[in-house]
Design a protein around this ligand. Structure first.
Ligand SMILES: NC(=O)c1ccc[n+]([C@@H]2O[C@H](COP(=O)([O-])OP(=O)(O)OC[C@H]3O[C@@H](n4cnc5c(N)ncnc54)[C@H](O)[C@@H]3O)[C@@H](O)[C@H]2O)c1
Length: 348
């Protein structure tokens, strides 16, 4: 049931969050964003959307936000997201992804907001014992990032039983692509995701003057994994299909759906080398790369079985072809070769 109340989008200025905000607006909902802009961009949000600049770990700020905006539900996308950094600096990850998330949950309960859609991840599974991964696969993360996400899922589970909190944990596989009109897309600093890194390597060929502004040479981490060509295999899901799932999850919870964790992926695995080849075809540019050692914390293969999300939410991904996903990302990167222009955030 749609209401005029606010959907509070925590982390809504980030890559996936900004796409969720656009989908909410298109559906006639009322998003308000809270984001500390640690990795997000005010420029990714329409001026009409209130942006509260600050952390979800700031209790007084959350009290103010919930008092000012009568809130129907929270979409919680805030996180520190770099797997390799989480191995080096787990404290940062537990503090932000668990500690600050706990402050958010406490504030929600204090203001009687009992519905949350949480951005979880395929990293909760660890190394696959079978593939594709269903939600029944054992959860045994192989890096602190995955543990922080699984810990938050556990908190949702326990809070659900004890405090009548209703939740959906969406376990995204690899988000990729950009809004079809190329107005928003992926712009992380530093960038760790494969498709933008490959496309930035292509941009350097097309615009040699940008060479100093873009990351160094393209590295493929690990070429001796037990996969067909030795490089890691991932399941790429278009960011707009992810955004749609958030809307469906909100409707599902407002129709009294049971709390649940759901995989979101396309069910097809592509190796790093296959992604690079597809990027070469899409860009029509020769993209070179170096082979490097494996990175700690990477699983060899992560492929989703998303049947439960389809059954439970009626979710149907639409932009399923890897070349189409990459084309939409390429359109964004060509439009904003150096990422979003930095602007002053609009005030809430
Ligand atoms: N990108 C992927 O492929 C992927 C895959 C699986 C799961 N996820 C999850 O999806 C979510 C969004 O990922 P993304 O790629 O859009 O990342 P992102 O870094 O672009 O977005 C995260 C946003 O949260 C904000 N933020 C972080 N900590 C905050 C805090 N304490 N208070 C307020 N704002 C805060 C950042 O400024 C940023 O705008 C994350 O939770 C991530 O773990 C992403």
């Amino acid at each position: 049931m749609k209401t005029d109340k606010t959907i509070l989008v925590c982390g809504g200025a980030g890559y996936i969050g900004a796409h969720v905000v656009r989908a909410l607006i298109e559906a006639g909902r009322n998003p308000v964003v809270i984001d500390d802009l640690s990795t997000g961009h005010a420029a990714a949000l329409p001026q009409s959307v209130p942006l509260v600049c600050g952390s979800i770990g700031d209790r007084p700020l959350l009290n103010e936000v919930f008092s000012r905006y009568p809130t129907e539900a929270v979409v919680h996308l805030c996180a520190s997201i770099l797997v390799s950094e989480s191995v080096r600096d787990p404290l940062k990850y537990y503090r932000n992804n668990v500690g600050n998330g706990l402050v958010l949950l406490e504030a929600m309960l204090a203001h009687d907001v009992r519905t949350i859609v949480f951005s979880s991840t395929a990293a909760v599974y660890g190394d696959p014992q079978f593939s594709p991964l269903t939600e029944e696969h054992p959860t045994a993360p192989v890096n602190p990032y995955g543990w922080t996400k699984l810990t938050f899922e556990r908190m949702l589970h326990d809070f659900g039983s004890a405090y009548d909190l209703h939740w959906v944990a969406l376990r995204y596989f690899n988000a990729a692509g950009a809004l079809p009109d190329a107005s928003i897309g992926e712009d992380h600093h530093p960038e760790s995701h494969l498709i933008p890194l490959v496309l930035k390597a292509a941009l350097k060929i097309r615009h040699p003057d940008l060479s100093n502004a873009l990351p160094g040479s393209l590295k493929v981490f690990g070429s001796d994994y037990p996969t067909p060509d030795g490089t890691c295999v991932r399941d790429y899901i278009h960011v707009c299909d992810l955004a749609d799932a958030h809307l469906l999850a909100l409707d599902y919870l407002s129709d009294n759906g049971q709390s649940v964790a759901l995989n979101l992926g396309n069910g097809a695995g592509f190796s790093v080398k296959e992604v690079i080849e597809t990027c070469k075809t899409v860009t029509a540019l020769p993209i070179e790369y170096e082979l490097a050692d494996r990175r700690p914390g990477d699983s060899p293969e992560l492929i989703s079985d998303s049947a439960r999300a389809k059954r439970t939410l009626g979710w149907r991904p639409k932009l399923t072809q890897l070349s189409g996903i990459i084309q939409s990302a390429w359109n964004f990167h060509q439009r904003f070769p150096q990422g979003f222009p930095d602007k002053q955030p609009p005030s809430a």
